[in-house]
Design a protein around this ligand. Sequence first.
Ligand code: P4A
Length: 409
Amino acid sequence: MRVILPRLRSVQTFLDFYSQFNPSPLSIKQFIDFGRNACEQKSFIFLRKELPVRLANIMKEIALLPEVLLTTNSCSQVSQWYAKSFEDIIQFEKSEPTPKILQNFCNTLVMIRNRHSDVVQTMAQGVLEMKETYGDSVEATMETSIQYFLDRLYMSRISIRMLINQHTMLFGQLNEDKGRHIGCLDPTCDISAVVRDAYENSRFLCDQYYLCSPELKVTEHNEIDNLLPINTCYVPSHLYHILFELFKNSMRAVVEHHDHDKSDQLPPVRVLISRGHEDICIKMSDEGGGIPRSSVDHLFKYMYSTAPQPSKSDYYTVPLAGYGYGLPISRLYARYLHGDLILLSTEGFGTDAVIYLKALSDEANELLPIFNKTSSKFYKATIPTGDWSNQVLRHINAPRVLRRRMQKQ
Ligand code: P4A
């Protein structure tokens, strides 16, 4: 202990120091400008401060998690990964940017990216462990803080991976010609091409499982300059991730809602891409029967979507089931650059999903969680007292938490 303690104490000091800074959000335009005049030293000097700041901000929030989640094995594993990566990067705090150090830094980033590749799965495991141990006594407030936390953890993770990817793709050894791409950004990302790509891969899974799949109909509308196909500066892999998730949902709903014997009559999935002054909208409409309005919000909840992972063999037989976190994470990808993802369902008929992207690359700033007094208050929040006359008689048999809330009123 005598050997370890001073080291731990100094990491804690660094953590306190770096968590005082707010993360600096970059715009797509800054990513592009920086990528075009790529200077490895500059990038190194920016990242050796910015990465510890982003890591420290989220690590402070991990520490405030409800104990029931924090003390699970999975959660402490994730927490240790963050601590290790934080330590790895602050080693470079005072280094001169020599070629050897720069090379070393690149390798460290790649190692960190690999270390954190299973964060989402491991946290899902942690939520399961918590559910198994505490079952129904996981209170509504706790569910709210876990939703709040996971959104912030995964958003922070998306942003950190973006920074790491840009640096390693621009300066790493595998610096092959990426054509027009700047790191993982495509300055003229053809949206309909990404739509078709995501459709084809989802259709492959759908055909494999259901032996049929709906057609795709794409329409584009460019109000601004009439140029088609509509393109924009974006991270194609993020857009692909969102669209693939939405196609899987739509296809599953359409096929399960219609008669299997008349598979040639499946209604198509329609995608409308529209460019306006402020937004680029991508609307996906299906006739899969829709879901009740009361269920729509649940599709974005981590706690609600966390069911035991399908086993490896199940995963291949139920390919459209996904991981369950598909929609909440897709919405984070959209929100990361100040876009959004919304679902509108018409129960009995079908579902519309709309992806909003910022049309202007200098408005597409990173949206980053900041650790401060407001965010820490959130974790100490008490059960909000309802001041509308809903949820009364329906909850005669409600869980303890709701009964308690009713008594207070
Ligand atoms: N109807 N509509 C949708 C679903 C159903 C739907 C659905 C039964 C529910 C859960 C699910 C997949 C599909 C849709 C498009 C969407 C989302 C839901 O983007 O047609 O798996 C989680």
